[in-house]
Design a protein around this ligand. Structure first.
Ligand code: HMG
Ligand code: MG
Length: 299
């Protein structure tokens, strides 16, 4: 059985733009986010409050976030790795934050300069303080299927870190296939193991990158398992600066095309969304890699 409605967690402005070689001007980012909201996306991950030297592409978070204002009916989550990030986000009135852990030691070291345990210790006060302030917390978990340095990641290893993120108090978990190597059977075994460890499907979102063209197949498997939160990036922008071979995220347009074809509601106006990705592609100076964008825009 498929769900009647899916909530799309749009990550283009964050996961997409963090990976652009050229820093995108703050005004373009703000317009991008407003256009995504106008296209009907209700969760738009806006930016990250990380160290500006680690991700210079998002170093303008203090300028960008206040420009967005309150967009009626739209949540604007932001990434915060530590208390310093949380302080910056709270100072600007953020109401939704995300910590981001790793299932593997190599990626934890490269992305957070910490071991897995040290990074969980870093997140602990972040989640506790956010919860005390009634701020919604998402827990990302990267390298849930494969890691470019460590190879295939065992399901039990992923479940252990996932369980600990939930025990810290995260409201939801997003399973990251950071380098896009997952296949549907692997997705289903991870979801089943998580359920067995007491993580309910209702708390799980999926975050696929499309390196091997499996993102939609993986999404369909997750939907059949009961998942109703799916991360995607407008136009298929994205990657990860600290994960070699991470290519674009699942394109939001490709996802919406499939969901609407299945009769699943998203609230997204595909025409407006495609126009937004075509507009941004013009700003970035290269065409969108999304096949749906190309088909609909005739490019
Ligand atoms: P560190 O160098 O270990 O930091 O980096 P530190 O704790 O030792 O602090 C060093 C200095 O940085 C201090 O300043 C801090 O104040 C400052 P000093 O006292 O020396 O003057 N500092 C900060 N400044 C601003 N904002 C902050 C902050 N924190 C410390 N938040 C750190 C550790 C976590 C900060 C660093 O590794 C970092 O910023 N990493 C971010 C990496 C990142 O954003 N990666 C991309 C997102 S993850 C992703 O894309 C995957 C995902 O999409 C899911 C998937 O696909 O799998 C989510
Ligand atoms: Mg990602």
């Amino acid at each position: 059985d498929l769900p009647p409605r899916v909530r799309i967690h749009e990550v283009g402005p964050r996961d997409g733009l963090q990976n652009e070689k050229e820093v995108v001007p703050t005004g373009v980012k703000a317009e991008f986010i407003h256009r995504l909201a106008d296209a009907g996306l209700t969760t738009v991950e806006a930016t990250s409050f990380v160290h500006p030297k680690w991700v210079p592409q998002l170093a303008d978070a203090e300028e960008l976030f206040p420009r967005l204002g309150d967009i009626e009916g739209v949540a604007l989550p932001v990434l915060v790795p530590n208390e310093r990030g949380l302080d910056r986000a709270i100072a600007l009135g953020a109401r939704r934050v995300a910590v981001f852990g790793s299932a593997t030691e190599t990626f934890a070291a490269r992305n957070l300069n910490r071991t897995v345990d040290e990074s969980l210790a870093m997140f602990e006060p972040v989640v506790a303080r956010a919860k005390a302030d009634r701020i919604h917390v998402r827990g990302y978990l990267s390298m849930c299927f494969g890691d470019p340095w460590e190879g295939k990641v065992p399901v039990h290893q992923v479940v252990r870190v996932a369980r600990r993120l939930m025990d810290l108090g995260c409201d939801e978990l997003s399973l990251g296939d950071t380098i896009g190597v997952a296949t549907p059977g692997h997705v289903l075994s991870l979801l089943a193991e998580l359920n067995e460890e007491g993580v309910p499907t209702s708390a799980i979102g999926v975050h696929f990158h499309d390196t091997y063209g499996q993102a939609l197949a993986n999404t369909l498997a997750a939907l059949q398992h009961g998942v109703t939160t799916v991360d995607a990036s407008a136009g298929g922008l994205g990657g990860c600066p600290y994960a070699k071979s991470a290519t674009g995220n699942l394109a939001t347009e490709d996802l919406v095309w499939m969901l609407h074809g299945l009769g699943i509601e998203t609230g997204v106006d595909l025409g407006r969304l495609t126009a937004t990705s075509v507009w941004l592609a013009g700003r970035l100076g290269r065409p969108s890699p999304s096949r749906t964008v190309r088909a609909l825009a005739g490019t």
